[in-house]
Design a protein around this ligand. Structure first.
Ligand SMILES: [Zn+2]
Length: 267
């Protein structure tokens, strides 16, 4: 593949990092949920290290067009948990940072609890309220507050397993829904479970996406439609987060030499 969005960026920059969060909760023992103070400390730590915060789309565009002059970071939230609005947005607003949220549009549109392998075991437990999706009003408020709203497909499937027509539909319909509801372009995507392959990348490009985030233990060389993100989970506290987000470890993980911080879970 030789088109512009699918190409490799020749020299990966470690001045640009993308973090991938999911839910924010002090009570929910899921590995996907970070605590409120945990999130706050992590964003403050990046600020102390002089990172400037951009949306995911802005960061990918900036790196792809020659690299940032200073350190930049994008904070992303997958899945569209209501806690993205009720907890994460409040922390980030206090710290003057914007972020990106990637939503599976079927759940936002229907208001049904988020449900797929990896989180559905929390249904019927005292924590099931954590599976509430953002409402459309909350999503619009995030957008108005300067957040980027990207697609996490319609129904959160594992994209490499889908037939071509279903793959195209998941990518196109979620993009169109976001654009219609928010009245602004949706050009970014996060692959559910971080799962992708070359066919998925080609389909994302055909659907009109300009940047897509992945989530893997080994960080691939950045390409706009397969951009590495650092997953941040409940266990990533204190020095563990500092190590994980440090440019040296980002470099080491891109070489496959970094096994210390595994295993990672994604959703
Ligand atoms: Zn997800």
């Amino acid at each position: 593949m030789s088109s512009s969005y699918a190409r490799r960026i020749p020299s990966p920059t470690h001045r640009a990092i993308v973090l991938c969060y999911h839910a924010v909760s002090d009570d929910w023992p899921s590995p996907l949920a970070v605590g409120v103070r945990q999130l706050e400390h992590q964003i403050q730590a990046l600020r102390r290290r002089r990172y400037r915060f951009l949306t995911f789309g802005e960061l990918v565009a900036q790196v792809s067009s020659g690299g940032p002059a200073r350190k930049i970071a994008a904070i992303t939230f997958d899945d569209g948990y209501e806690s993205t609005w009720t907890r994460a947005q409040r922390v980030l607003e206090r710290l003057g940072a914007r972020a990106t949220v990637f939503v599976p549009t079927h759940f936002i549109d229907s208001g049904k609890p988020l449900r797929w392998p990896g989180i559905e075991e929390w249904s019927g437990t005292p924590h099931e309220h954590e599976l509430r999706p953002l409402t459309l009003e909350q999503l619009r408020a995030l957008s108005t507050a300067g957040w980027e709203v990207g697609s996490h497909t319609v129904s959160h499937p594992r994209l490499p397993t889908l037939a071509d027509d279903r793959l195209a539909d998941e990518l196109a319909r979620s993009k169109a829904w976001i654009e219609e509801q928010l009245d602004r372009p949706c050009e970014t995507l996060a692959y559910p479970y971080g799962a992708y392959d070359e066919r998925v990348i080609a389909a994302a490009e055909a659907a009109g996406y300009r940047a897509a985030g992945v989530l893997t233990g080994r960080l691939p060389a950045p390409r706009p439609l397969a951009w590495p993100r650092i997953g941040v989970f409940r266990v990533d506290r204190g020095v563990r987060f500092l190590l994980k987000s440090h440019p040296w470890s980002v470099w080491a993980r891109s070489t496959g030499a970094w096994a210390l911080l595994r295993p990672e879970k994604s959703s």
